[in-house]
Design a binder for this molecule. Structure first.
Ligand SMILES: NC(=O)c1ccc[n+]([C@@H]2O[C@H](COP(=O)([O-])OP(=O)(O)OC[C@H]3O[C@@H](n4cnc5c(N)ncnc54)[C@H](OP(=O)(O)O)[C@@H]3O)[C@@H](O)[C@H]2O)c1
Length: 204
């Protein structure tokens, strides 16, 4: 059984998007800065089955390759799904996506759709994702879903693609977690170009 893990481009002050995210600015005001590292290096990383080509450091390219190879399914919140327009038809990682929501987006329900809308809760979505991921990991996002996972003790690993910027406002990843300390073990640090990839195990 793989891990349940999460990974987001995150500002030093903990935001994964700027304020006022919406259809015109899916990453919020100033939030695109968090993605600049995808074009900040000299090594091409091409997502198989997609038109996307990133230019990152060799270390980040290896990290992205590893993430793709070890991810078997994704669980995402409905806001991220809507803001990305269903990633234009399928997630760049090319894996099945389980969207946790209160209502099914009927236009995305068709034979062969990569999206499954789960209306009976996060745990159900995780179970379905684990079933298709097999030995691979399940990636979860975004803030609201991650916070629920942490509060329910369902998250095994936190990746942070740490970007050297202070956004000051926006969608904070690790918010609403109560006041009890949650222990983490730092397991890896990879220095990229314009980003530092941090990995933590959630101590249970
Ligand atoms: N920096 C990065 O790498 C990165 C990556 C991804 C996303 N983002 C950003 O993250 C932001 C979105 O994150 P978010 O935390 O606001 O929202 P989110 O986690 O994507 O989605 C939250 C929504 O999911 C549905 N939901 C959550 N839990 C549920 C449950 N238990 N049962 C039923 N439905 C449930 C609800 O929508 P409904 O009630 O409408 O169904 C809820 O409003 C955006 O700004 C996006 O750009 C950043």
């Amino acid at each position: 059984m793989g891990k349940v893990r999460t990974g987001h481009s995150t500002s030093l002050d903990g935001f994964i998007a700027g304020p006022n995210d919406g259809p015109q600015a899916p990453m919020g005001e100033g939030g695109e800065r968090l993605l600049a590292w995808y074009a900040g290096g000299d090594t091409e990383y091409r997502l198989p089955g997609s038109e996307m080509i990133f230019k990152v450091s060799p270390q980040s390219a290896e990290f992205l390759r590893e993430t793709r190879e070890t991810t078997g399914a994704l669980v995402t919140g409905r806001r991220t799904f809507d803001l990305t327009g269903g990633w234009g038809g399928g997630h760049p990682l090319g894996v099945p996506v389980f969207v946790v929501t209160h209502s099914v987006a009927q236009e995305w329900v068709y034979e062969g759709s990569p999206f499954t809308f789960v209306t009976d809760g996060l745990e159900s979505a995780l179970e379905q994702a684990k079933a298709v991921a097999g030995d691979k990991d399940v990636g979860v996002g975004a803030a609201n879903i991650v916070q629920q996972c942490i509060r329910a003790g369902l998250l095994d690993e936190i990746h942070v693609d740490l970007v050297p910027v202070l956004l000051g406002d926006g969608v904070r990843l690790l918010d609403h977690l109560g006041t009890e300390p949650i222990e983490l073990e730092s397991t890896r640090v990879i220095e990229g170009a314009g980003v530092t990839h941090l990995t933590f195990r959630v101590v249970k």
